[in-house]
Design a protein around this ligand. Structure first.
Ligand code: NAD
Length: 298
């Protein structure tokens, strides 16, 4: 399988370590990003540079995209000089960005007209797991295409689950983002209450983390809150993008999501307070403002 040529488009916080892990696994990787410095860094690690997404697709069999949101994926795949212009019939596109499920279906339908297959395969785990190659990958598409991409997914992830047809990967990612956002808000409320009453939130964390309230989110983001560390990680602006996709998708199919809408407004308020580029654990700062306390280890 390592004889398959891989294209990688989008070398940001996630794409850079993911493409480097594919190089480490012995794959021939051709890359493109609109930021030259990002390309240079991955080329220094052994990749080949291409001049456009079209050029990437012309030289490779499987093209991975790791871009911010739906418009970026549409531009890089379907736009002028895009993947669709260079891809060989039978090529496979794996879009690992988190985008709207409907956009994933639209891109897949256009690619199918040219005989190009697509999986939507967003990830969870953030930069640390992208570096370790232990991301969780949630996939939508055909079983045969999933089977073909699985050895590649295994180089960047610890798990890959086929959740349904194209679009199902991003529906699963939206579900993930709801649970993460609401969990961070719940931990923020709990720590703010404990602080205001005069109980050390670090001791609250130690006491409850092994019980029913404990979670991966509490371990990762609760610790950041106690350290007053808001360095991303996962930016509030990116979570706002995901929650916009959550609410749009839910309203389209007639599902009201009152708690997701509430956390979205909290994140919008933090953006107005210039915290859009802070880690999403900065949700606790919203509660601190309401309660006039500072959450920290004592
Ligand atoms: P990022 O902003 O760091 O990287 C995106 C990269 O895409 C940048 O290098 C940018 O220059 C490039 N780009 C934009 N438009 C392009 C185009 N038309 N052609 C080529 N390159 C283009 O974002 P990221 O944090 O790496 O996130 C990527 C995706 O993964 C997003 O959808 C995000 O929601 C998702 N995600 C991120 C995390 C995280 O913790 N950062 C975790 C899980 C999922």
């Amino acid at each position: 399988m390592a004889n398959k040529k891989i294209g990688f488009i989008g070398l940001g916080i996630m794409g850079k370590p993911m493409s480097k892990n594919l190089l480490k696994a012995g794959y021939d990787v051709t890359v493109f990003d609109i930021v030259q410095a990002a390309v240079d860094e991955v080329v220094a690690a052994g990749a080949k540079a291409a001049s456009s997404p079209k050029d990437v697709a012309a030289q490779t069999d499987i093209i991975i995209t790791m871009l911010p949101n739906s418009p970026h994926v549409k531009k890089a795949v379907l736009g002028e000089g895009g993947v669709i212009e260079g891809a060989k019939p039978g090529a496979l596109v794996a879009d690992m960005s988190s985008i709207a499920p409907l956009a994933a279906k639209e891109v897949a339908a256009k690619l199918a007209e040219k005989g190009v297959r697509m999986l939507d395969a967003p990830v969870s785990g953030g930069e640390p797991k992208a570096i370790d190659g232990t991301l969780s990958i949630m996939v939508g598409g055909a079983q045969a295409d999933f089977d073909e991409a699985l050895p590649i997914f295994k180089c960047v992830g610890a798990s890959a689950v086929l959740c349904g047809d194209v679009g199902a990967g991003n529906v699963t990612k939206l579900a993930n983002q709801i649970v993460v956002a609401l969990n961070i808000a719940a931990v923020s409320e709990a720590f703010t209450l404990a602080t205001k009453v005069g109980v050390d939130p670090a001791l609250v964390f130690d006491a409850i983390k092994g019980g029913l309230a404990g979670s991966t989110v509490m371990n990762a983001k609760g610790s950041m809150m106690l350290d007053r560390n808001i360095k991303p990680g996962f930016r509030i602006n990116l979570h706002i993008k995901d929650m916009a996709n959550v609410l749009e998708t839910a309203h389209d199919v007639g599902v009201p999501l009152p708690l997701s809408a509430g956390v979205m407004e909290i994140m919008q308020a933090l953006k107005v307070d210039d915290l859009g580029d802070a880690d999403h654990s900065a949700i606790v700062r919203y509660y601190e403002k309401l309660a006039k306390v500072e959450v920290a280890r004592k």
